[in-house]
Write a protein that binds this ligand. Structure first.
Ligand code: NAD
Length: 429
């Protein structure tokens, strides 16, 4: 099928590449001319495992093209996906100006029937607004359908998630676009949920808020474990074996971040507020998450006492493993908090150092993870990269002026670390 994706970021580019991979003809549109030029010249603006090969292969096969022109994108396809940002505003509600602008642009370019699919994460009832906007700005008086098709990919596993999705959610107002939507997703062989637009939009916010809730739950438990000498990983393993609970998203840490969970939680709380419901449960999820970071910083200060002029090594800048995304990264927040206390930082991340440079200044970026600890008073692990499990611990211990390691992701075995001579502080163990 001929498909256009407007917004070629983490969601749009990976979606476009995966659609092309299964045989669709795809145009990816972005208004960032530098990004489009880079893609047209064979470059990849983000790091995502498997993405580069997928993009290059499909560009070579002639199934994937890039342009800055929404008009061209709308003309070339029957189905137009919207994958532009929906960032938070100061009060936590969603800035829908990107969606509104794209809806207007699509409307003015439409000359025949189109299916307009929203893939961005939006508040419930946004589909109605998009429909009204297209009607208002479409001079050609053509028919169209608006569909809600929220995206559930995880950064760092985006290609895998898109190629093998748990489910595809399709929110529609009429049956007319359903067959086309099913045909687009048929090659992915996933269960399809066809529902109304409001429910589809809610499924996304409800899912992300629930996952954040699961993380805050285990983080709250980690405090009880710290206080009692229990081990939060053992507790999570035991809980997770219950099929009703499941082990995933039960890893205690210094807290969640990224471009989705914090903003989607705030948005959902705000949406509920607008509907007259105070979603206290989700406010508590936010509070626990903020407290988890405070507790981790306090753990560092309690151990090192004064941080001013202390040298601290930090492993991890991305908000999670396998990505170069540093938006709302807890690792960056931690670095900034340590800097505020006067600490001098040496930092490393396998993929996110370039993108960190705009957010994190006056630190030493170190290329080799084993050299970060050189001359430091302590080492802090902030991101759960698999690479970090392969640290040369003997070398790291010797490189540290004091063998103190704060593990914000529980990557190592406590007994083993103590046997190796570390003063090892992790979360809830
Ligand atoms: P992103 O910032 O990586 O990409 C968005 C792209 O849209 C950018 O390249 C930007 O230049 C482009 N853009 C903005 N306005 C445009 C316009 N008028 N015309 C053409 N292009 C335009 O954002 P993202 O992470 O891909 O997120 C997009 C949406 O998907 C958001 O609503 C987000 O909440 C949702 N989402 C994100 C993820 C994720 O893991 N990143 C997962 C699921 C859903």
């Amino acid at each position: 099928m001929k498909l256009t994706i407007i917004g070629t970021g983490y969601v749009g580019l990976v979606t476009g590449a995966c659609f092309a991979e299964v045989g669709h003809q795809v145009v990816c549109v972005d208004n960032d001319a530098a990004k489009v030029k880079l893609l047209q010249e064979g470059g990849i603006p983000i790091y995502e495992p498997g993405l580069e090969e997928l993009v290059k292969g499909n560009v070579a096969a002639g199934r994937l093209n890039f342009t800055t022109s929404t008009t061209e994108g709308v003309e070339k396809s029957d189905v137009i996906f919207i994958a532009v940002p929906t960032p938070p505003m100061a009060d936590g509600s969603v800035d829908l100006s990107f969606i509104e602008k794209v809806a207007r642009e699509i409307a003015s370019a439409m000359t025949g029937y189109k299916i307009v699919v929203d893939k961005s994460t939006v508040p419930v009832r946004t589909g109605d607004k998009v429909t009204e906007t297209i009607k208002r700005y479409c001079k050609a008086r053509v028919e169209f359908d608006v569909v809600s098709n929220p995206e559930f990919l995880r950064e760092g596993f985006a290609v895998e998630d898109l190629m093998k999705p748990d489910r595809i959610v399709i929110g529609v107002r009429s049956q007319r676009p359903v067959a086309a939507m099913k045909e687009i997703y048929a090659p992915f062989q996933a269960p399809v949920v066809v529902t109304d637009i409001n429910s589809a939009e809610l499924i996304k916010h409800a899912s992300n808020s629930f996952l954040a809730l699961k993380i805050s739950y285990i983080n709250a438990l980690s405090i009880i474990c710290d206080a009692t000498g229990a081990n939060v990983q053992e507790v999570a393993n035991g809980m997770g074996m219950d099929a009703r609970i499941g082990r995933r998203f039960l890893d205690a840490s210094l807290g969640f971040g990224g471009s989705c969970f914090p903003k989607d939680l705030s948005a959902f709380i705000k949406i509920a507020e607008q509907m007259g419901y105070e979603f206290g449960l989700l406010k508590e999820v936010q509070r626990i998450n903020a407290e988890q970071m405070n507790r981790f910083v306090k753990k560092i200060i309690d151990t090192l006492w004064v941080l001013k002029d202390k040298k601290i090594g930090v492993l991890g800048l991305a908000f999670k493993q396998n990505t170069d995304d540093v938006r709302m990264s807890p690792a960056i927040e931690l670095c900034q908090r340590l800097q505020k206390e006067g600490a001098i930082l040496r930092v490393h991340d396998p993929k996110a150092m370039e993108k960190s440079k705009a957010l994190l200044k006056d630190v030493t970026y170190v290329d080799d993870m084993n050299e970060v600890a050189e001359g430091c008073d302590a080492l802090v692990i902030t991101t759960e990269w698999d690479e970090f499990k392969k640290l040369d611990l003997e070398r790291v211990r010797k490189a540290l002026s004091h063998p103190i390691l704060f593990d914000g992701r529980n990557l190592f075995d406590r007994t083993e670390m103590e046997r190796l001579g570390f003063i090892y502080k992790s979360i809830g163990r």
